[in-house]
Ligand binder design. Sequence first.
Ligand code: AMP
Ligand code: MG
Length: 415
Amino acid sequence: MSSLVQVLSCLDGYDPDALHVDKAREAMRACITPIRDTEVVPIRNSLGRVLAQEIVPRINVPAHDNSAMDGYAVRHADIDKPLAEIGSALAGRPFNGSVGPGQCVRIMTGAVMPAGSDTVVIQEVVKRQGDHIVVPPGQKRAQNVRYAGEDLKIGVPVLQPGKLLRPAELGLIASLGIAEVRVKRKLRVAFFSTGDELAAIGKELKAGEVYDSNRYTLHGMLERLGVEIQDLGVVRDDPAALEAALRKAATADAIVTTGGVSVGEADFVKQLMAKLGEVLFWKIAMRPGRPMAFGRIGDAFLFGLPGNPVAVMVTFYQFVRDALLHLSGRSDDYAIPLLNAIAAHNIRKVPGRTEYQRGVLYKDAAEWKVRTTGQQGSGVLRSMAEANCFIVLEHERGAVKAGEQIKVQLMEAVA
Ligand code: AMP
Ligand code: MG
């Protein structure tokens, strides 16, 4: 295994002391090889998992030509004359004869097209005359018919390994009659908070203490990524305690820590992490979240996030999420989309770092506008709770004027 430093020496523009956010993401991806282990699970348990096989249909979907509407199955060549109704076709109960010249069959949505018929005329436009029907002019041949294999065709691959399995994929796999799929095993992620000032929730707060909130935001973010989590609690700012925690966590696929990487504390953490594995300390040109550690300890990749609660969430969403999805074997495009919105007011910004301000995207007449949530301090977690998007102010950009177009990333879209 080559060292991380060796891997990164080949990366253009890699500067650990002034790392562009895109480079940080690129650097992590370059160092991480996706996991290989797979398992077979029933499709109901595959939601949110990463597909590890190709899905190739062994049947056509739909399996037969069928009607898209309620109406009459007819022979298009005959519809200028009244047609004799000779039977009916229902979903799951096909008509057993065939439609001859001058004949039609009553048909319901999803029913197999009877032999001899080629077109469906919707019931609303048809006039009845005794046991005959009269079809108005203007019907197109083959209208309202769904063809066999129109959705999925025998032998044509439909899902590739690395695809995230969402409700649509579960249904699609089920439509092929497949009951179990091979998926990548779940990632195991261990995490802990560091800091002598941290108090556990439920306890009385002593002077100078803060409640450990980071472990709860991390719990939520990791849970949503669908990984197996191992919560190692709070670790005091003490080398022996930190070493024990890191050794314990090193059997996971990834370790996420918060706190302890800012300038005042970095030294003992640095020494210790360097002793246990290979860990790089980065200064990322971003706000919030400038200091960050990335490396490898034992079998695990280490993400050492800053301690400030907003910085934790921003660095998680901007880097850890991406790195873990890469590690999990995802091959579809999982980058968070950048969408345009109009700045509702001026926003202060200096060039030379990427900022992730917390914003509220809202509709104003025909336009989508975005405002900040106000106070943007990296300890103001309320700014995350009030936000529905990140306002992404690019590295080169300076101050934003009201009315300018800026980029946003939605925090939730279709859950
Ligand atoms: P650090 O990066 O350890 O210097 O922490 C920076 C700031 O974040 C300090 O004000 C800490 O009190 C705060 N902080 C660190 N860890 C946590 C945590 N787990 N929960 C809430 N705040 C934290
Ligand atoms: Mg600390």
